[in-house]
Every structure is written in C-alpha cells, then in structure tokens.
Write a protein that binds this ligand. Structure first.
Ligand code: NDP
Length: 439
C-alpha cells in the first residue's frame, strides 16, 4: 500500500487494520487479485479548500477546509465534520478510513467520508462561528448532497454549527433536503441523534460484558472528555446503575469519587453546551479534585482505580504508559467512544492482558447509525418517536456485537473484537468493491 510517510495518524489507522487483515488475507486470493487493500487506502476523492471569513473586528481570517470522500462502495459518503486547530490531512484521512468500516458495521447503506477545518471554535462569538460555517459551506455544497455525501457533526461541530451549515446549503441550492444529519428537531433532525454515540457505546459495552457474565450495575467507570459523546455516555451509564467518577477537557480532569449524578450531569451539559465553559468549573462548584493536564506525564485520568474506562475525547489519548497504569489498576473493559483513542501499542497491551476492548469502529457506531435513521426519516418525510429510534439503535448495536463476536471467533481469537470489527466490516466492503469492478 502507498502511504505518505508524514501522515502519522492515517498510517496508524491503516497499520492496525492490516494486522487484522494478516489473519485472513491468505484465504482470500480474490482480494489480493483485485488489489482491494491498495484501493481502500486511497480516498476516492479528497477536496482541500480555502475558507475565508471576517472576524468581529472586521479582519479577514483564512482557514483550510477538507472533505475526504473515502469510499462509496456500499452507499453515499457519510461522516462527520471536525472543527479543531489540530485538523490536518492525516487526521482527516484516518477518520475517513475508519468511517468506511464503522458505517459498514451498522448494516445501513452508507459509504465513508470525513471533513472539517483547522478553525478553532473556542473563544469565538456565535456570529464568527456563523460566518465561518457559511464560508465553509459556500465551497462544500458543490461536493455534497442527500444521495452523494451527507456530513454530520464531530469534535467542535454540534447543533449550532449544523444549523448554520444547513441554512447556508439551503440558501445556495434552494433545496430543503437531508444533506446533513444532526439537525435540530424543528427542521428534520432525528430524536436520539445527540444521545446516539454515547448511548450506543454503552449498549455495545453492555453486550460485551454480558457475554462474559459481567454487568455495569454498581461498577466504577472512568470517562474522558466532556463533550457530546462523554455526556451521553455518562447519562446511559448512570441509568444502567454504574458510577462515573471522572470527566476531562484538554486542560485537565475532575475526579468526583461520589459520582457524576444526573443532577451534576445536567450542570455539565449547561456548562459545556450553553455557557461553553471549562471542566475546572465543575471542581469549583462541587468542591472536588481538579488535576491540570501536564502532557509530558501520563494522563492522571487513566491512573484512577476503576472497573471500566471509556475514552471519549480524541485520538491517541491512551498512551502505552496510560495503558500500563490502567492494567495495573485492574481495568476490565475499554469502551472506545473517541476514534482511535488508544495508541497501537496500548491496544496491544490491553489485548495481551485480557482486557475486553470494544473498538471505536464498533463501539461509537451508534452516532452514525442514528444519522442513517435520520436520512431515512428525511427521505420518507416523517419522524419517529424517541422510543422507536432508541429501540432501533439498540437493535443495531446488538447486530454489531453479533457480527464482530462471530468474526472474532471464526477468524481470530474469542473476544478479540478489534479483529472481529475489522474483518466483519472488511468482508462486506470488499465484496461490494469486487462486484462493482475497478472503480
Ligand atoms: P466534542 O467537541 O463535543 O467534545 C470533545 C471533547 O474532547 C471535549 O471535552 C474536548 O475538550 C476534548 N478534546 C478534544 N480534542 C482534544 C485534545 N486534542 N486533547 C484533549 N482533549 C480533547 O466532540 P465529540 O464528543 O463529538 O467527539 C469526541 C470523540 O468522539 C472524537 O474522537 C470523535 O471523533 C468521536 N465521535 C463522535 C461522534 C459524534 O456523534 N459526535 C460519533 C463517533 C465518534 P476541549 O473542550 O478542551 O477541546
């Protein structure tokens, strides 16, 4: 496979995927013959564009925009938009690559893509975010459409940003259609979409635990991040009787041994989503410990004794040193809410030490699954109830559990869900690629 040497995150995503492929490739001569892997690592299309916008002082600002259309083998490109200063081509490509296989696992007809910009929404006014989103969509609109490519949210892109993006798309095209998911409830959004990634993560983790005769009830959990995925992971863990004792942001973490109760979680939602504040404010309000992040040291959040850990912030947030701390403290399950939250060697440490690992491709697929359901509802011009969507989400996560565990049993070791997820999704995408010829 041809990989650019400077694209570290993309290389890492492909490398860990190829480790799983090693287990099946000799049995699949048609995959080698049709150069499926070589084709999979090359995006079908990658668009990079200039995003000029005017700040509140009247100065011109320039950011770089991306949309990677990785694979349309099984459906229109589908995947989120990320707004974060760290965004670059390598991060976009790793996320798009992961998305292809994640979407395949949902069982819904969605290809894979990802996009975003190095724009930093932190500290920007609503008007600045709107002007940025409008400029971003002024280029993006020509590359997307309800049957072509359907973006959604990711880090830095929530309901506010999706609203601004949708408004501009509609103005440019004069079409009201399901071109984005994660829309507001008044203009085509699906109920349970905000909750879906976190809820889905907990549903899948629960299926894995039950398979081992373990439960969430009464267990102590670590959650990192404090954004969309973290918040709804805490909400579902609480409702299933677990206790969550941590949250974090890029500046630091809070440790609340008495648990982040539903009341405290309501405060976090208000703090992060409305006030756009920082997690240290939680420590001040509830008089608990706050530890500032020192990136030269292992992350203290992964050195707290607990039963299960749910990294829900960003890629590579669990290093080798963090993995060793978690294992030494007796962690039993890692549920990956973020995309690729563990370094490759850290994942290896978990697998070698018998820690159950719910890999991101499967574990955080609930978000895109409900995005797929939002596309269905938009096409049919109807709206399902929360209960209906939640039930479909649970069915989809159960389907994912069944397919990754049976692929693990058949092609790898029992409970190696990393191999299970990679292999089950690969088989589906590669079959569609072979059927469609050399495209
Ligand atoms: P949000 O923007 O809502 O929250 C992100 C959280 O992670 C914030 O607490 C943020 O802290 C923290 N964070 C982000 N970047 C860094 C960093 N470089 N170092 C430390 N902390 C960081 O994003 P989401 O909750 O939507 O996304 C979180 C993860 O889940 C991402 O990996 C995303 O790709 C993945 N995901 C999200 C889905 C969704 O539906 N939203 C679907 C599937 C996966 P701070 O405020 O300081 O930046």
């Amino acid at each position: 496979c041809q990989l650019d040497p400077d694209q570290k995150e993309f290389q890492q995503a492909v490398y860990t995927f190829l480790l799983s492929m090693d287990k099946i490739i000799d049995e699949l001569p048609e995959v080698t013959y049709h150069k499926i892997l070589e084709r999979m690592v090359e995006p079908e299309r990658a668009v990079i564009f200039r995003v000029p916008w005017i700040d509140d002082e009247g100065r011109v600002q320039i950011n770089r925009g991306f949309r990677i259309q990785q694979s349309s083998a099984i459906g229109p490109y589908k995947g989120g938009l990320r707004l974060h200063p760290s965004v670059n081509l390598s991060i976009m490509k790793f996320l798009a690559f992961e998305q292809v296989f994640k979407n395949a696992l949902t069982g819904l007809p969605m290809g894979g893509g990802k996009g975003g910009s190095d724009f930093n929404p932190k500290g920007k006014s609503d008007a600045e975010v709107m002007r940025f989103c409008q400029s971003f969509m002024t280029e993006l609109y020509r590359h997307i459409g309800p049957n072509t490519d359907v973006p959604a949210g990711d880090i830095g892109v929530g309901g506010r940003e999706i609203g601004f993006l949708f408004g501009q798309y509609k103005r440019l095209t004069n079409r009201f259609e399901g071109v984005l998911t994660g829309k507001g409830q008044t203009y085509g959004g699906s109920l349970i979409r905000p909750e879906a990634t976190g809820y889905g993560l907990v549903y899948l983790s629960d299926y894995i635990l039950k398979g081992e005769g373990k439960t969430l009830e009464g267990k102590e959990c670590l959650v990192s991040g404090s954004g969309n995925v973290a918040q709804f992971t805490v909400e579902k863990l609480n409702s299933l009787g677990a206790k969550v004792v941590t949250l974090s942001d890029s500046n630091g973490m809070i440790y609340d041994p008495s648990g982040i109760t539903p009341e405290k979680l309501a405060y976090v939602k208000q703090l992060k989503n409305v006030k756009r504040g920082r997690i240290h404010e939680y420590a001040e309000k509830y008089n608990v410990e706050y530890i500032a992040r020192d990136t030269s040291k292992p992350n203290p959040i992964w050195d707290i004794k607990a039963d299960y850990a749910f990294p829900c912030a960003t890629q590579n947030e669990i290093t080798v040193a963090d993995a060793k701390n978690l294992v030494n403290n007796g962690i039993q399950l890692i549920g990956e809410g973020a995309n690729m939250p563990c370094q490759a060697e850290a994942e290896k440490i978990f697998l070698e030490n018998g820690v159950l690992l719910a890999p991101a491709k499967a574990a955080n697929a609930g978000g895109v699954a409900v995005s797929g359901l939002e596309m269905c509802q938009n096409s049919m011009r109807l709206k399902w109830t929360s209960e209906e969507v939640d039930q479909k989400l649970q069915q989809i996560m159960k389907g994912i559990y069944d397919s990754i565990s049976s692929a693990a049993d058949k092609y790898s070791e029992h409970n190696n869900f990393v191999d299970g997820a990679n292999i089950a999704s690969f088989l589906k995408v590669s079959e569609a690629m072979i059927a469609q010829g050399y495209v």
